[in-house]
Structure formats: C-alpha cells, structure tokens
Design a protein around this ligand. Structure first.
Ligand code: GN1
Ligand code: MG
Length: 376
C-alpha cells in the first residue's frame, strides 16, 4: 500500500495536468478503500473549477496504463452516445479524463506515485448509506444504463485490469492460502468464519461454472458497484453518473447487480462491528430490482434467473476478501483501526446469511418485477 499522500504531493501532481489557473485548495475526498482521492480547486476565468485527482495503487493495478486505456475507451464511447442522442448535459453524465501538459493520461510523480485527473461533476453528491428506496432505484438504473452503453462498445476486448476479479472460487483459494500461511498468527481467531466459508464453498462455484459453460455470457461490467460509486443530481436526485471505472472490464453483469444489493440493501455500514445488524431489507432489494430491470433490457433469462443468487454470492465473496486481508495483515483494503477488516468480513457474512434465508422470496421479487415490466 502507498503511504498516504500529503497536500504538497497533490499540488505538485496537479501542476502536471492541463488544469486552469492556480491550485487554491486541496482536500481528501470520498470513502474508497483503494486509491488516495483528492478534490482540487483551481482558479479559473470568472471563478473556480474543481477536479478529482487520484494517486493510484500500483500494487492493486500493476498496469495503470491499461486501466486508463479501458477508461478512455468506455468514457469516450459513452460521451459520443450521449451526444448522438442529443443529451444537453452530456459532460455531467460520464467521467472524462484530463490530460497532462504533454498529452498523457497519467502523471508519474517520480516517487512511485501515479496520478490521474477528472473534472469534478458539480451539483452532484454521493452517499455511503442510502437514504430512500427511490435513491437505490436510481442507483440501479444508473448502473444498468452504464452496462447497456458499455455493451455497444466496439473494438477489441477490454484489458482485464485485475484478472479473475470476481472469480469466487479463486478468491476462496486465496483465503485458504492465507489461512495455511497464517503469517500474522490470526487464523485461530477466525475459525468460525473459515468454517462458514468452507460450508458454502460448493455453492460459491455456481456463477464461475455457468460462465465457463457459456450459459452466463461474458459482458463488459463495472465490477465495483457500491452505491457510493453513483453521483446523484443535487436538484433532481437522478443517478446521473457512474464513477470509479478502474475495474470496468469483461465479467458478468450479475456481479454489478449483486454488489449494489450488498452495499445498498443491508442495514448498516460495511464495517459495522455489530454483524447481526446487517440484514437484507426487502424494500430496498425490490427497489434495486425495479431500477435495474427497467434499464437492463439486454439481459438473457439465464442471467435474470441468477440475479438474487448473485447478491448472496458477491456478499460472500466480499467477506472472503476482507477475511483474506485480515489474515494477510491488512495490506489491501485501507483500514483506519485494528480489526476493521474482520468487522467488515463478519458484517458481510451476516448479510449473506440474511440473503440466503430470504432467497426464495428474492427470486419471487425478481420474477414478479420482470413480469410486470414485460406486461407494461
Ligand atoms: C474496493 O476502491 P473501492 O473502495 O471503491 C474494492 C472493491 C470492494 C470494495 C469494498 C479494486 O472498492 O472490490 O468491493 O473496496 N476495489 C478493488 O468496499 O479491489
Ligand atoms: Mg473501487
């Protein structure tokens, strides 16, 4: 993990990008667990202009140039589609990259830091915890819209910036490896969590198997659809832009639906130390399903049938990843207190259990919503 950046590093990095005027303010931004993200305010003709600058984690994304190539292709395509449809505020509805003075998309700061810049989309906000059913419906619609646009991207297959990112069986294998190595002497503390994973290891192969057999199609997916990765318009509440595109790459759209349920339909923050409080809210799940299906008209029946299951799977997988990082010594997910990754893991496993307990009802909600939408 890179050491956290200082404000002076951000100002130095900002000087490399084609930003207007002088930097007048820099401050940390957002709640991401990977990159170091800053909001940079510059003086500009007639006022100020704001930008997001990010120092990327090279240990997580070893080929940042490929990440940027994917993002450039996907966002250029989205902007062209929006313009072709005559959308007036097209620049507020997709991320756009800001080049460096010499026309590159990344700036290496000479001390191992690798930076990129985006215009900040004004008059929008993001949330870590959803505030209403209407808001999660909007988030789901926005992610489905993003998938739909990405589906018409021409050209070669996007780079796999993190191979097998949502291959759950491989994630379980990595957990088993970390448990056997037990480099930090923590395995004894997590016997119950390891037993929980082992008791579900067979079900965790389902989507990987269906993809290997060609029953679930490979599509461009966002792959990191936490609710905090949607920007909502301040005035209308509409989910207008999807951000955090580093993992946009080939995968299954089921991961996106599942991860939105995980992050927006449970009862608590991801790291809440009271795991039992993280229970699936059926109203939130219904709203996500309605929003998602209203825009995801490309889905095949084989995908629709696995939507509810995929919410369970991605929640398990995320818990597995937090547990792996706890065993490995908290080197992947940024944490601010000891035991935070274990709390995150326990909270995910509690939510997964709550989803499993209600799975038949969730499947009925998906089927009913699809029928209603098909019959107008
Ligand atoms: C990470 O960067 P951020 O916070 O959006 C992680 C996701 C996890 C998420 C859990 C590249 O996302 O896969 O679901 O934390 N991103 C990467 O909060 O590993
Ligand atoms: Mg992310």
């Amino acid at each position: 993990m890179n050491p956290p950046c200082q404000a002076s590093d951000v100002v130095r990095a900002a000087s490399r990008f084609a930003l207007p005027g002088e930097v007048v303010d820099v401050r940390r931004h957002g709640s991401g667990l990977i990159h170091d993200t800053w909001l940079v305010t510059c003086s500009a003709a007639g006022g100020v202009a704001r930008f997001i600058l990010q120092c990327m984690r090279i240990d997580v994304f070893p080929h940042p140039d490929r990440v940027m190539e994917n993002i450039r292709r996907v966002t250029d395509h989205a902007l062209a589609e929006l313009k072709a449809c005559g959308v007036a505020d097209a620049h507020r509805r997709t991320l756009c990259c800001v080049p460096t003075h010499d026309g590159a998309w990344l700036a290496d700061d000479g001390t191992g830091g690798c930076w990129r810049a985006y215009p900040f989309i004004e008059r929008t906000h993001a949330v870590d915890m959803p505030e209403s059913n209407a808001q999660v419906r909007e988030a789901a619609r926005a992610f489905a819209g993003f998938q739909k646009t990405a589906a018409s991207l021409g050209g070669p297959r996007l780079h796999e910036t993190i191979p097998e990112f949502h291959h759950t069986p491989r994630r379980i294998q990595a957990l088993e490896d970390a448990a056997s190595a037990d480099r930090n002497g923590r395995a004894a503390q997590v016997r119950d969590e390891l037993a929980f994973v082992r008791s579900h290891a067979v079900e965790c192969t389902r989507i990987a198997d269906l993809m290997a057999r060609g029953i679930i199609p490979e599509r461009v997916a966002h792959n990191d659809t936490k609710i905090s990765n949607v920007l909502f318009d301040d005035a209308t509440g509409e989910g207008i832009c999807v951000v955090d595109l580093d993992t946009t790459m080939p995968g299954t759209v089921l991961s996106d639906f599942g991860d939105l349920v995980r992050s927006a339909a449970g009862g608590t923050a991801e790291d809440d130390p009271r795991p039992e409080a993280n229970r699936l809210d059926l109203h939130r799940f219904t709203a996500i399903t309605e929003g998602y299906l209203s825009a995801a008209d490309f889905l095949e029946p084989s995908e629709r049938d696995q939507l509810a299951f995929s919410a369970w799977l991605i929640t398990m997988e995320c818990g597995v990843r937090f547990l792996t990082d706890f065993l490995a010594g908290d080197t992947y997910f940024r944490s601010t207190r000891p035991g935070q990754n274990l709390d995150r893991c326990r909270s995910q496993f509690a939510l997964a259990q709550s989803i499993a307990d209600q799975l038949s009802e969730l499947e009925r909600i998906v089927a009913r919503t699809a029928d209603r939408q098909a019959n107008g």
